[in-house]
Design a binder for this molecule. Structure first.
Ligand SMILES: [Zn+2]
Ligand SMILES: [Zn+2]
Length: 133
């Protein structure tokens, strides 16, 4: 029942019996309505979540020939090298610990590893072949 285990279903049944005892048969229809309402809202929430997940899936460009590139380290995880003095800084560092020069890689034009097309900074996918940049 709604993804609950047998134990939880039993608890719900016990709860219903307890409610029956507490409120009596007259109030039960009301409780049933309340219960139905809350279940409906849970359902609606789940549907909305599913819809969101589907939208996210759809927004991913379907690269026809999606080649799994050898795990190229993302910019965030790769150690940064200062273009000015050559010092190596920890990933995520904004400024060179040696000379204080900005280590901003995101503003550099991106080159597609697959087809060599140069894309604008911030571009996620190659405009030519659709490969992830
Ligand atoms: Zn430096
Ligand atoms: Zn490309």
């Amino acid at each position: 029942m709604f993804g609950m285990g047998p134990g939880e279903t039993a608890i719900v049944l016990v709860l219903i019996v307890v409610l029956f005892v507490i409120f009596g048969p007259k109030q039960l229809p009301k409780l049933g309505k309340m219960f139905g309402k809350s279940m409906k809202s849970v359902r609606t929430g789940l549907d909305e979540m599913n819809a969101e997940l589907k939208t996210e899936d759809a927004s991913k460009p379907a690269a026809a020939d999606e080649v799994v590139l050898p795990a190229s380290p993302s910019n965030a995880d790769a150690p940064l090298t200062c273009a000015k003095c050559g010092a190596t800084a920890a990933p995520g560092t904004k400024f060179c610990p040696e000379c204080g020069d900005a280590l901003s890689a995101p503003d550099m034009p991106l080159t597609c590893a697959k087809c060599g097309t140069v894309a604008a900074p911030g571009t996620k996918f190659c405009p030519e072949c659709g490969a992830a940049l």
